[in-house]
Design a protein around this ligand. Structure first.
Ligand SMILES: [Zn+2]
Length: 324
């Protein structure tokens, strides 16, 4: 499931949006706007995608105040839906070396789908999540999930063998603070694993403000591999592995993805027609539809013929350790 349209339960204030004049990562005032992007899922507002000329960090501007962030999340957000308990006959979730006696934390665990698949005798599982609704669903499955941010959970020093935050770092307000906190709570030989959208991907470069994975204003950061690598190093973490991941993973998922991307474009075009004047604006949807179709054709051609280089894939996946 991707998204369900339902704005009734969201109570957000566009007047409270915070306009940044400086790069939130390095503090430089030398920032520029790349292009606008539109939130058709919740707020129906435009946000700029800005980049810092000094450090290369790309971010959403303006952004909701941190304390109101949850109001901009859809109540139908996929990760917040109740998860089915793992059936005993189902194969175990893929593991990347998690041992039986390990202590595992899933940051931004939603309603606990991934954690449920990690249940083994002797293993301690923890979650952190900002959605009260999702926390309730996860606790209903017997999971130990803390409501709020990672920092607020105040885990002890050197506590975890594995910290996972899948597609979460792009949502946090201060990624440096989050990575430093992860370093603090990791055991010396512990590891941290996550995946994030790749701002240098083919789709990002091609679709710009209409790229699905921008997901403004829920995504605060739009990482490239070089910016991410530098930040990891600055936070005293060691990059053990980095690879680039396709999405959708195969042809089977592609139809759903195309439909979703088309919906984004259609909504974006309708908004553009309503809010902004274009010469010959009746052609905007036609032109946009054509651009989408052409982009998709090129994407699949490059992918299936092996011409696409790994750094243009959809997402970046990393495994981190603690540097000594
Ligand atoms: Zn900067």
């Amino acid at each position: 499931m991707l998204w369900v349209e339902d704005r009734r339960e969201n109570d957000f204030a566009l007047s409270a949006l915070v306009q940044l004049q400086k790069c939130p990562l390095c503090g430089s005032g030398d920032i520029r706007t790349l292009y606008p992007s539109y939130d058709f899922r919740v707020s129906r507002a435009w946000f700029d995608i800005c980049s810092c000329r000094s450090c290369g960090y790309v971010f959403t501007n303006p952004r909701p105040p941190e304390e109101d962030a949850a109001a901009f999340y859809h109540t139908g957000y996929y990760a917040y839906q109740p998860q089915k308990p793992v059936s005993p006959v189902a194969p175990p979730a893929p593991e990347r070396g998690a041992g039986p006696g390990e202590r595992i934390l899933d940051i931004g665990c939603g309603s606990g789908g991934w954690l449920l698949g990690q249940r083994r005798p002797g293993r301690e599982l923890y979650g952190v999540e900002i959605s009260a609704q999702a926390v309730e669903a996860a606790r209903g499955q017997g999971l130990d999930v803390r409501l709020g941010t990672l920092e607020a959970a105040r885990f002890p020093d050197g506590f975890f063998d594995l910290v996972r935050l899948n597609h979460v770092l792009e949502h946090v307000y201060d990624p440096r603070r989050t990575l430093l906190e992860i370093r603090r709570i990791l055991k010396d030989d512990g590891r941290c694993e996550f995946e994030i959208p790749n701002f240098q991907s083919f789709e990002s470069a091609r679709y710009k403000g209409a790229w699905n994975a921008l997901d403004v204003p829920r995504h605060i950061s739009h990482f490239t591999a070089p910016v991410l690598e530098r930040l990891i190093r600055e936070c005293g973490l060691r990059l053990r592995a980095m690879h680039f991941v396709w999405f959708p993973a195969g042809i089977a998922q592609a139809a759903g993805y195309l439909r979703h991307e088309f919906t984004t474009w259609r909504r974006l075009c309708l908004e553009m027609r309503a809010n902004r004047s274009f010469p010959g604006r009746a052609f905007v949807p036609v032109a946009a539809g054509g651009r989408l179709a052409a982009g998709f054709a090129v994407y699949w051609w490059r992918r299936l013929t092996g011409k696409a280089k790994p750094p243009e894939r959809h997402a970046i996946a990393v495994t981190l350790g603690k540097s000594s």
